[in-house]
Design a protein around this ligand. Structure first.
Ligand code: SF4
Ligand code: SF4
Length: 369
């Protein structure tokens, strides 16, 4: 494992951070996975109040002396905050779930427009200062899927110690992008990368052209490795989170991070990434990351699953299986896109700013063909 300074905090962190969002359903395996990561040099765990039972499982994994071996990051559920006092109420609940008396890095979760307004209205920044004084949190941070402009405004508003952003080979110029990454790093703010593989979408929907490019390149690496390598090549990146969902996946990822040193890529390597990006972009499908912020839909529409199916179908157009699955499972079960009444609730939650109702209409028409 390779390590790097975590902004101006003085912490030295592993460049691989374990994202605890996609734990395996078997809790024993999840605990084993967390401990395996720590035993193999990972010293940074990222969870959140809203990741189902992730905090409770992480708390169990950190018993038996593991808590002292890793930095723990978790997030305030801004969705649930309706007054200033709620911030501390939820933090206290998280401390209980995690079985600890302090959080090393505490994030205000998903600073979209509405959440940032809430933070301002309910004085969320004063809350962070107060919690540092009380010793309940150590470092103050936020996560974001938003525009570069909004990101810079938030960065400039407060003495943040870490910013967690979405970045991957397809997002160099999207959301906060590489420009935002450098903006934060230049101010001494640690940066943590989420969605390095866009929730697996980058791998599952890689067109044939991408595989051809990789196979023809003289340096032999897998697509996963190129994706991580592009990120850890940047010295401004502190940690790359990977939300592995099995022990085997974790082991495979850890092998890649044995070489996670900044500035390892040549000009040719960087050009390869550029052509890979162009190959994806030529396929134009829906950029859903599967984060699930948009569900539950009051009408029962299974939005992420439908988009995933559609993307898969788009990449293999002659393959009918996705259409069959949609027609025979989603629609009869009442979870198809035809149930959408365009109320717009989901759109406000989507970090990718997808126009979900319009997309659902289009997807439904195409999958029903
Ligand atoms: S817009 Fe459609 S999919 Fe979104 S929450 Fe409303 S009914 Fe559900
Ligand atoms: S539609 Fe948006 S909010 Fe819903 S899973 Fe996809 S990216 Fe996430």
């Amino acid at each position: 494992m390779k390590y790097i300074q975590y902004g101006k905090t003085g912490m030295k962190v592993s460049r691989f951070g374990l994202g605890c969002m996609r734990f395996p359903s078997d809790k024993k395996e999840a605990i084993e996975m967390v401990r395996y990561a720590i035993d193999n040099g990972v010293n940074y765990l990222d969870t959140a109040f809203i990741y189902k039972d992730s905090e409770t499982i992480t708390g169990k994994a950190l018993k038996d002396g593991y808590r002292n071996k890793a930095y723990l990051a978790t997030k305030s559920p801004i969705w649930n905050i309706n007054r200033h006092e709620d911030f501390e109420k939820y933090l206290d609940e998280e401390l209980v779930r995690l079985g600890t008396d302090h959080i090393d890095v505490y994030l205000l979760h998903n600073m979209n427009h509405g959440h940032w307004e809430k933070v301002k209205n309910f004085d969320g920044l004063t809350f962070l200062d107060k919690m540092v004084k009380k010793g309940k949190i150590v470092h103050k941070a936020f996560s974001i899927h938003n525009t570069l402009k909004a990101f810079k405004e938030i960065v400039d508003t407060y003495d943040w110690e870490m910013a967690q952003i979405q970045l991957n080979i397809l997002d160099e110029f999207q959301q906060v992008g590489v420009e935002g990454l450098k903006y934060a790093a230049n101010k001494g703010i640690a940066t943590v990368i989420m969605e390095p593989l866009r929730g697996g979408y980058l791998l599952n929907t890689a067109p044939k052209e991408v595989h051809d490019l990789i196979n023809q390149y003289p340096e032999k690496r897998s697509l996963v490795e190129w994706c991580f390598r592009w990120l850890y090549n940047m010295p401004e990146v502190s940690i790359i989170l990977s939300g592995t969902s099995s022990l085997q996946q974790l082991k495979d990822n850890l092998k890649i991070f044995e070489y996670a040193t900044p500035n390892v890529m040549s000009e040719d390597d960087l050009n390869l990434i550029k052509t890979i990006r162009e190959a994806y972009e030529a396929k134009k499908s829906i950029g859903c990351t599967g984060c699930r912020y948009c569900v539950p839909c009051p009408r029962g529409v299974t939005i992420p699953e439908i988009f995933k199916l559609y993307n898969s179908q788009q990449l293999m157009k002659s393959h009918v299986i996705d259409k069959v699955v949609y027609k025979s499972n989603f629609v009869p079960a009442g979870s198809g896109a035809d149930q959408c009444v365009s109320c717009g609730i989901c759109t406000g939650h989507c970090p990718q700013t997808l126009q979900i109702p319009e997309l659902l209409q289009k997807v439904h028409a195409e999958l029903m063909e």
